[in-house]
Each structure stands twice: as structure tokens, then as C-alpha cells.
Design a protein around this ligand. Structure first.
Ligand SMILES: [Zn+2]
Length: 111
């Protein structure tokens, strides 16, 4: 389903953008509150970054706009798969992509 794939792409991008800024999930959730009206809990954020699970987050337009504002990127960027074909910008947790150098922190997303 195309729409589900789009939601997965958003989740990957959100994780990638958060890592690029060095924000913990709870920090990002707090910042998001400025754009969404209320902050997200760490659990909310964590669930939103999950990809390919049966309960893939169905992103809403409001959430997409808030995320774009939070990260300072066009909404379209959230919907576009990253250019790295090896990892899609989101290597498995705890691993670093040999191609693009993106690193996925294990577990709690600290650092
Ligand atoms: Zn990569």
C-alpha cells in the first residue's frame, strides 16, 4: 500500500532528522509541543519512529506540518525517502551505515 509506505518514510525521516540534531526523544517531544500545541511523551515519539510494525503510525497532516516546522524542513522532505539506498537513512538500531555514515543509536536514542 502506497499510503503505508509514505507513513514509513515519514517515520524514518523523523528518526534521521532527530538524530542529526542530537536530540533525545523526550527533548524532541518537548520541542514539538511548541508547534503541535502540546508536547509528545517519549513513548509517543518512540512509537512514531517505529517502521514496518503492524501498527505503523498513520501520520496526520497536522503532525506532518508540526514536524516540518520543528526540523525546519519542507513538508515534502518528510515524505521523500533519503537518497542513501543502503540504509534509507535509518540503519538498524545500534549500527552505522557504511555508505552514508548515519548512525542509529541503540535503544533510548541518547546522544
Ligand atoms: Zn546509509
Amino acid at each position: 500500500m502506497r499510503s503505508k509506505r509514505a507513513a514509513e518514510t515519514v517515520s524514518r525521516n523523523v528518526r534521521r532528522l532527530r538524530h542529526a540534531r542530537g536530540w533525545r526523544q523526550e527533548d524532541a517531544g518537548q520541542r514539538l509541543g511548541s508547534f503541535l500545541g502540546e508536547p509528545w511523551s517519549k513513548a509517543n515519539w518512540s512509537a512514531a519512529e517505529q517502521v514496518g510494525k503492524p501498527r505503523q503510525k498513520p501520520w496526520t497532516a497536522v503532525e506532518l506540518v508540526a514536524m516540518a516546522a520543528l526540523f525546519g524542513v519542507p513538508v515534502g522532505e518528510l515524505l521523500t525517502a533519503p537518497s542513501c539506498r543502503a540504509c534509507s537513512g535509518a540503519p538498524p538500531l545500534g549500527f552505522t551505515c557504511n555508505v552514508c555514515g548515519v548512525r542509529a543509536e541503540g535503544g533510548e536514542g541518547r546522544g
